[in-house]
Design a protein around this ligand. Structure first.
Ligand SMILES: C[S@@+](CC[C@H](N)C(=O)[O-])C[C@H]1O[C@@H](n2cnc3c(N)ncnc32)[C@H](O)[C@@H]1O
Length: 250
């Protein structure tokens, strides 16, 4: 496994309240400590002003640089499946980034969200998380996706992704999946479901892999898939990228 080190210079939370405003100054403070990363950050702002606007305006829990990374993964996906999966869309931030790429390459975003927050948490594995955390509303999602994303290519599926995901994907599978559900049980189940329908060349990105539960879910996935899927660790150990091998090697 490779650690690509710190590719993100702060800004994990975005949005409109006071704590968000404080969080927004973090990249500039970080820039003083990491000038090289600061130039990369500036380069992204000039290259993707529309994505920067998303990071400034849309409330959510992923950074601008991770948003750019998701966007580029969709643009460069080697898979021909029209489906891009976003599990745990919360108020729609990750969905906005993904949808702005999907519309350019003829794909659709399948967004899965409960809106009642985290369904369960193991007190040991999912330390720091609690049941009901990150509850949000459909109208929050809709207004942000409508204003800052590309709503026409988004299919929102409300409910538990463990029950709704496979029927929503049908026979078309997926090309890119972003999993951001924070907890062991859900991550494990969704990951295994994606593996069961993978046809080869898909990319799975998982957030918060520095959390014990999410890490355990991925480790069990490696065991159950006989270690056939290479993993790359990114963003200072917080994001994992799984590259499903071509069909013949699956
Ligand atoms: C950290 S938030 C996701 C942040 C979001 N990706 C963003 O860009 O801001 C985690 C979300 O996962 C959702 N979630 C957890 N388990 C789920 C499940 N089984 N099905 C659907 N959504 C789930 C929660 O409701 C919560 O909104």
């Amino acid at each position: 496994m490779k650690d690509y080190g710190e590719q993100c210079i702060g800004l994990e939370r975005t949005g409109g309240d006071m704590s968000d405003r404080l969080a927004k100054s973090r990249p500039w403070i970080a820039a003083m400590r990491h000038p090289k990363k600061f130039w990369q950050y500036l380069r992204y702002i000039f290259k993707y002003p529309h994505l920067f606007k998303v990071s400034e305006k849309v409330e959510g829990l992923i950074s601008f640089v991770l948003g750019v990374f998701l966007y580029e993964c969709v643009l460069n996906s080697p898979s021909s499946s029209p489906n891009v999966v976003d599990v745990g869309s919360y108020k729609g931030l990750s969905t906005c980034y993904l949808s702005l790429a999907a519309v350019q390459v003829g794909k659709r975003i399948k967004s899965f969200e409960l809106f009642s927050g985290l369904p369960m948490c193991d007190p040991c594995l999912d330390r720091g998380f609690y049941k009901g955390q990150f509850a949000s509303t459909i109208s929050d999602f809709e207004s942000q996706a409508e204003t800052y994303g590309c709503r026409e290519v988004i299919d929102l599926v409300v409910g538990d992704a463990r029950q709704t995901m496979l029927p929503a994907l049908g026979d078309e599978g997926f090309s890119v999946a972003f999993l951001d559900m924070d907890v062991y049980e859900v991550t494990r189940e969704v990951l295994l479901q994606l593996w069961s329908i993978a046809k080869g060349n898909e990319t799975i990105l998982i957030h918060d892999v520095n959390s014990l539960g999410v890490r355990k879910a991925i480790d069990e996935f490696h065991t159950l898939s006989n270690n056939r899927v290479p993993e790359t660790i990114l963003f200072k150990g917080t994001v994992s990228r799984l590259d499903i091998p071509p069909l013949s090697m699956k």
